[in-house]
Design a protein around this ligand. Structure first.
Ligand code: FBP
Length: 264
């Protein structure tokens, strides 16, 4: 398997992506709980935490804010994305090229593939162009691999999630980011289906610390390389505390209780 350990996307082979593309994907509703989270500077400051191996943002946020943080934050440029105002079958516009991402300082690129959607074929062809351009630039590629749309009855089914991870391997991603299938055993099947490619868990909507960290622990115990998380971090008043706890679980392989003891 092509190693990505020498890229800034990982630390000790582990991955913790702080995702902050929600302003496009979901809109202002995601910033209601903590209004300052609408300010990209607030989230770039959070991304300086040593547990965060990269910050995933769309082009406009990268262009406007990354220059002030280039020494402290690793940039993962999300190349496609669509607003929640779009009511058609799941689809995602390519908003940034790999070449432009590299020009504005990206260390890695990300792309959403909706397997099972009407436009899966078109998205896979866009991914091919992006993956090959990223290889030419030496940038690792993270696939947000989210089966949904008319071909998918239940996107939480473990076999569907395992298929999503496998799509990343087959199409040449370095990392597949998938939804948590609900248990360590099911996540192990997902990880096994990805060969040696790194699989990371997608954070999901905000829940209690214990529920969230228990899912993360389940994913790590199953062999996942880490996590991409947005709302469970930036919808908190004290995100650094949660990142301390995540650092324990992901990088120190600490038990859940040790991680929970980092929190008030
Ligand atoms: P969360 O941890 O907040 O779930 O963020 C991960 C992420 O993949 C974001 O990059 C993206 O905006 C969002 O989830 C997409 O969520 P949805 O499942 O609603 O499409």
């Amino acid at each position: 398997m092509r190693p990505i350990k020498d890229t800034p996307l990982t630390r000790d082979g582990k991955v913790l992506v702080l995702a902050y593309d929600h302003g496009l994907e979901h809109g202002p509703v995601d910033f209601g709980a903590v209004p300052e989270s609408a300010d990209p500077d607030h989230v770039f400051e959070i991304a300086k935490h040593p547990a965060v191996t990269s910050l995933a943002v769309q082009k406009g946020i990268a262009e406007g804010y990354y220059p002030s943080y280039a020494d402290d934050v690793t940039l993962l440029a999300k190349l496609n994305g669509t607003s929640n105002l779009w009511m058609g079958e799941p689809n995602s516009a390519v908003n940034c090229s790999v070449e432009y991402a590299a020009e504005i300082g990206a260390d890695a690129v990300g792309f959403t593939l909706y397997g099972g959607a009407n436009n899966e074929v078109g998205m896979a062809e866009e991914f091919r162009e992006i993956q090959e351009a990223a290889r030419a630039q030496g940038l690792p590629v993270v696939m947000w691999s989210y089966p949904r749309g008319q071909g998918v009855k239940n996107d939480k089914k473990p076999k569907t999630i395992a298929y999503a991870a496998r799509q990343g391997l087959e199409l040449g991603a370095d990392v597949s980011k998938v939804k948590y299938p609900g248990s360590t055993a099911a996540m192990k099947d997902v990880v096994d289906m990805a060969g040696g490619m790194k699989v990371i868990m997608s954070g999901g909507s905000k829940r209690t610390d214990e529920a969230f960290l228990s899912d993360v622990k389940g994913a790590i115990d199953a062999g996942a390389a880490g996590l991409a998380v947005g709302r469970n971090v930036f919808q908190r008043e004290n995100p650094e505390q949660l990142l301390d706890a995540l650092e324990q679980i992901i990088f120190e392989e600490a038990p859940l209780d040790t991680a929970l003891s980092q929190l008030d």
